[in-house]
Write a protein that binds this ligand. Structure first.
Ligand code: FE2
Ligand code: FE2
Length: 323
């Protein structure tokens, strides 16, 4: 089957229930829009998200990367390079969030704990998805998950020492004091709002849009679109948590804003550039995409974007990765 030959808009019920093979015929833009379809008035309950996980869980070993391997060999060198820079952020991002969810379990509400167990399993599966992609499509050698991660590290951009470094720091702080509401807000803002809700969705739109338009990498398309549908649950759960924290204590908005400012300051400088043009995006378009995604998350949690934060997004240097 050729990728995207029969792509068509589907209704939300189909989007929510379609299997891995069916996701190959769903437009990635529709899945990204679906993240916000829940509306701003009502975010799903954690147990509803958990039930959705049980229905949507997919088997990463069902994918067949044979066609992707052939497509990869024929892709232009500059497109491959950009693709690798973006995908490597994900390869390492998925792995990092998988191991750094641990300390969050202690201080969150009981229902969120149940849902978070599924979120963690998703991230482990996404790590395996990229492990397979790098072995079977790109051709990296390695006997273990870590050896393949070491192999893709050469393409990592500075995004990793920015938001992911902050997440690593906050994880360590949370490990020492897992019930501190300020830390919990800072952690959720860094991880669920920025890394998953802004960076990851933006990157998905860029790489999956390329695969869709060029009609290449069918297994990558199906698996990563399924990953995007998983992210919809993670982001909705995270935005629910941020909103609940704010309802409980509105002064925690200060932690939300300070964390966003920290992330944006780190994102405004880089010495190693990712060139997006080979995948069809200008830097300004990437910046607009990040701004749009941030605005949608702020609407989900019911908070107006402060003008100083909006101005900072305009200065961002679009280096991307996600989890
Ligand atoms: Fe995620
Ligand atoms: Fe993920």
């Amino acid at each position: 089957m050729t990728l995207m030959d029969d792509i068509a808009a589907v209704d939300v019920a189909t989007l929510e229930t379609v299997d891995l093979a069916g996701l190959q015929r769903v437009d990635i833009d529709q899945v990204i829009a679906y993240v916000h379809d829940v509306g701003t008035a009502k975010l799903p309950e954690y147990m509803d998200l958990y039930r959705r996980y049980l229905r949507q869980r997919w088997d990463v070993y069902d994918l067949d990367f044979t066609g992707d391997h052939e497509d990869w060999a024929a892709m232009p060198a500059d497109a491959k390079n950009t693709f690798l820079q973006i995908a490597s952020g994900f390869h390492h991002g998925e792995r990092q969030v998988e191991v750094e969810l641990g300390p969050l379990f202690l201080g969150i509400p009981e229902n969120y704990k149940v849902f978070l167990s599924s979120h963690l399993e998703d991230e482990a599966r996404h790590t395996v998805f990229f492990d397979r992609f790098y072995r079977e499509v790109v051709g990296l050698p390695g006997d273990s998950i870590m050896e393949v991660l070491d192999g893709s590290y050469q393409w990592i951009s500075e995004t990793f020492v920015g938001p992911f470094g902050l997440l690593s720091y906050l994880t360590d702080q949370l490990r020492r004091d897992p019930y501190d509401k300020h830390l919990l807000m800072q952690y959720a803002t860094t991880y669920m709002l920025w890394i998953e809700g802004v960076l990851a969705l933006a990157v998905m739109k860029i790489t999956l849009g390329y695969a869709r338009d060029q009609r290449v990498l069918p297994a990558y398309y199906a698996g990563f679109t399924a990953t995007c549908r998983d992210e919809a649950r993670h982001v909705q759960g995270g935005m629910r948590y941020i909103r609940d924290l704010l309802d409980e204590d509105p002064s925690l908005a200060a932690d939300l804003f300070e964390t966003l400012k920290t992330v944006l300051i780190m994102s405004s400088t880089s010495s190693r550039y990712v060139l997006y043009e080979p995948l069809g995006w200008s830097e300004q378009q990437v910046r607009s995409l990040l701004m749009e995604q941030l605005q949608k998350k702020m609407a989900m949690i019911g908070v107006d974007m402060p003008p100083d934060i909006a101005a900072m997004v305009g200065k961002i240097d679009p280096v991307l990765a996600g989890g």
